[in-house]
Design a binder for this molecule. Structure first.
Ligand code: SF4
Length: 459
């Protein structure tokens, strides 16, 4: 058998499946002369654009070597006083309630709660599967996500592609998304889940819309998106009915009205330069949950220049949003969920200590079912059967196995979160949320420490 090296995308599938372990995939060394300015990446991109006249496309998240603040933050641990807690022997509370909380609780007649609560969603772990649309990924993966969310008592998110009829039964673990294209949005869809997420922006491509090419719109996807087969699904960059915070408020309340005030409304934005002011407006507009998506967030397809050059790290956006909402006295009026490049349970614990209520994961979930971050999602030919609707490739994902792996990932991170909490002498997430005293920076400058609101290690 002869290999055609020009077609290798580095998916490592042949390596993983080779029965004798004889295959190793290595990057082909470039024969361009060393040049710190004109790297092989830049040169090859210019060749491509000179040949096609098109925008460079890519998939998954930003791979550029910007600072990863999670790796510059360290956690505390108890020693002599305030002893640590053993999570194997003592109860450890990971349950989180999403939704607006009152600033104070009034009790009458001894034990009767007088304060009225808006709807709350309990999740058993501070983790949710982030929005990935049916179309960008296939039904086998959506099914695996829905079943894992049900088993673990958490939520998954439909993304902007509507909800396949076979998944309505997972409603109590579903967030339905309402994006600028309004694909698949109708009354039953809005009422199908426990929450509705208005997607204003996405971390991988802030400020621009989306495009699912017509060749991917087969009969099933056409049905859920409510568009004709073979037509391009183009999401506009803005919502054409939102040009101000007042417009956003109208949409939030239109959705609450349509669902009899029983569903939480999330609003998702990309982490950008003035996220804190935007988030403040979103809370005042009535959002129950603010979702912040950092520039490391993945995507099925994005222009390379946007993905790699627009947006800000989620760590900085989270710290500044939490701080601003606290200063304004409105932090309790909405939950805060962050997304975009959360890689492990330690990132989750640091995000919670910086002020998040919970964390969305998507790339990590795809890695759990085989993704190797080859960044070819935009081609629709995912070798692992994930970001594809090609029936030949999609059958490489078994929903039952995907369900098992995704549930295991959540379970494993849950154990690790409990261990880290116990090590800090904390027995409930409530005591960790926004507790920046449990964090120390390492190798960060004054400005970075100030934005993160943490001390340097040793201080
Ligand atoms: S989802 Fe598939 S195509 Fe996309 S990065 Fe992962 S393995 Fe590659």
């Amino acid at each position: 058998m002869r290999a055609d090296e020009t077609k290798c995308v580095g998916c490592h599938r042949c390596e993983a499946l080779c029965p004798t372990g004889a295959i190793t995939i290595r990057r082909n060394p470039s024969d361009f002369r060393d040049n710190a300015l004109w790297t092989p990446w830049h040169i090859k991109n210019i060749y491509k654009q000179a040949a096609t006249g098109g925008v460079l496309l890519t998939g998954m998240g930003n791979p550029c070597p910007y600072p990863i603040y999670w790796d510059r933050i360290l956690l505390d641990a108890s020693q002599v006083t305030n002893p640590s807690i053993d999570p194997l022997r003592e109860p450890m509370e990971l349950r989180t309630y999403l939704g607006a909380k009152p600033d104070a609780i009034e009790v009458i007649n001894g034990d009767e709660l007088k304060t009225a609560f808006t709807p709350q969603i309990p999740i058993e772990y501070p983790l949710l599967f982030s929005a990935m649309s049916y179309g960008s990924i296939n039904l086998n993966i959506h099914c695996g996500l829905a079943r894992a969310a049900e088993e673990m008592g958490i939520l998954y998110n439909t993304g902007e592609g509507g909800l396949h009829p076979s998944l309505y039964k997972y409603g109590k673990n579903t967030i339905v998304q309402c994006a600028s294209g309004r694909f698949g949005v109708h009354r039953d869809y809005l009422n199908a889940g426990v929450a509705i997420e208005i997607k204003v922006g996405q971390g991988a491509k802030p400020g621009i819309g989306g495009h699912l090419p017509g060749e991917k719109i087969g009969p099933e996807i056409s049905l859920t998106r409510m568009i004709p087969e073979g037509t391009d699904a183009l999401s506009p960059a803005p919502h054409h009915d939102i040009y101000s915070i007042e417009d956003l408020r109208q949409l939030i309340y239109a959705l609450k009205e349509a669902t009899d005030y029983q569903k939480l409304v999330f609003v998702k934005i990309a982490a950008v330069h003035n996220s804190a002011a935007i988030a403040s407006g979103m809370v005042r507009a009535g959002a129950d949950v603010i979702t912040l998506d950092g520039f490391r967030g993945g995507t099925g397809a994005a222009p390379t220049m946007i993905r790699d050059n627009v947006g800000i790290p989620i760590e900085l956006a989270l710290a500044s949003v939490d701080e601003r909402l606290r200063q304004e006295g409105i932090r309790n009026q909405a939950s805060l969920i962050v997304a975009g490049g959360i890689r492990c349970s330690a990132d989750v614990v640091k995000a919670l200590a910086l002020g998040a209520d919970a964390v969305y994961i998507a790339t990590a979930a795809l890695i759990a079912v085989g993704c190797t971050i080859c960044q070819r999602c935009y081609t629709g030919k995912c070798p692992w059967g994930i970001a594809t609707n090609d029936p030949y490739l999609a059958k490489r994902i078994n929903p039952e196995i995907a369900h098992e792996k995704l549930a295991n990932l959540i379970r494993a991170w849950g154990h690790e979160i409990q261990e880290m909490l116990g090590g800090m002498g904390i027995n409930a997430l409530e005591s960790l949320r926004g507790n920046r005293e449990k964090l120390r920076g390492i190798g960060l400058n004054e400005m970075e420490l100030q934005i993160l609101g943490i001390k340097h290690a040793g201080a």
